[in-house]
Design a protein around this ligand. Structure first.
Ligand SMILES: O=C(O)c1cc(=O)[nH]c(=O)n1[C@@H]1O[C@H](COP(=O)(O)O)[C@@H](O)[C@H]1O
Length: 235
């Protein structure tokens, strides 16, 4: 089975959205990520519309609020026909548990409950920011592992982390958990906001369950070739 290359549709208009979708595989074979930019521009309707076309949808709104608010939010999100959604692990175990319960409560009886992914430390966070701005005494690896363990026991189906942490996480937390990794840079380029990056091949070797790729596809001069090359390298 091929592992998903999830394309982040980080655009704010329908023209660009259509152009990117046209360079991907057919909807039933494709997982796309709708993040804050597209969601705040086009709302829940675009999620429902793309789900109806047969796309698998990762709705990434990174919820981080009190448990009751998050429960009520995920109960709504579960009605959009999505496959995955995100919360920040730093919201804590009670919030993650509430998020999962909201997803279960909002899912129609004959549908699959969307998978809950807990974002550990964002891939834009460097070791320096972790220790000097977040005042975290752990190393990056230890911190991500600690958040991932907590998220798993609170009921999340997987986590979002950098490919660089996946190997140790999989060893410690097992194969019955999803390890979804953004921060993918096919050319080792780190001259943007991502801090903890790896190539699609490295993500595969470290054991990522799925990779999330935005700009390396959406800003490529030939998005279709870029997408196909990344898929080939990851699978
Ligand atoms: O949850 C995410 O998807 C996410 C978590 C994280 O730690 N880092 C991260 O980059 N992302 C998302 O993954 C995508 C990466 O996009 P590019 O950096 O353009 O490849 C963006 O849509 C981010 O919002």
């Amino acid at each position: 089975m091929t592992k998903p290359v999830i394309v982040a549709l980080d655009v704010d208009n329908q023209t660009q959205l259509k152009e990117i979708l046209a360079s991907l595989a057919e909807p039933s074979q494709t997982t796309i990520k709708i993040g804050m930019e597209l969601f705040f521009n086009s709302g829940a309707n675009i999620v429902k519309e793309l789900a109806n076309q047969g796309y698998h949808i990762f709705l990434d709104l990174k919820l981080h609020d009190i448990p009751n608010t998050v429960y009520n939010a995920t109960k709504q999100l579960a009605q959009l026909g999505i496959s995955y959604t995100t919360v920040h692990a730093l919201g804590g175990s009670k919030m993650i548990k509430a998020a999962k319960e909201g997803l279960i409560a909002g899912t129609a009886f004959n549908k699959n409950v969307p998978k809950l992914l807990a974002v550990t430390e964002l891939t834009s966070i460097s070791d320096d920011v972790l220790s000097n701005e977040q005042n975290c005494k752990f190393s990056m690896q230890k911190q991500v592992l600690s958040l991932a363990k907590m998220a798993k026991s609170a009921g999340s189906d997987g986590i979002v982390c950098s490919p660089l942490e996946v190997k140790i996480l999989r060893q410690q937390l097992g194969d019955d958990f999803l390890y979804v990794t953004p921060g993918i840079r096919p050319n080792h380029s780190t001259s943007d906001d991502q801090a903890r990056t790896a190539t699609p091949r490295q993500a595969k070797e470290f054991g990522a369950s799925a990779i999330v790729v935005g700009r390396p596809v959406t800003l490529a001069s030939d998005p279709k070739s870029a997408y196909e090359a990344i898929k080939k390298e990851f699978n």
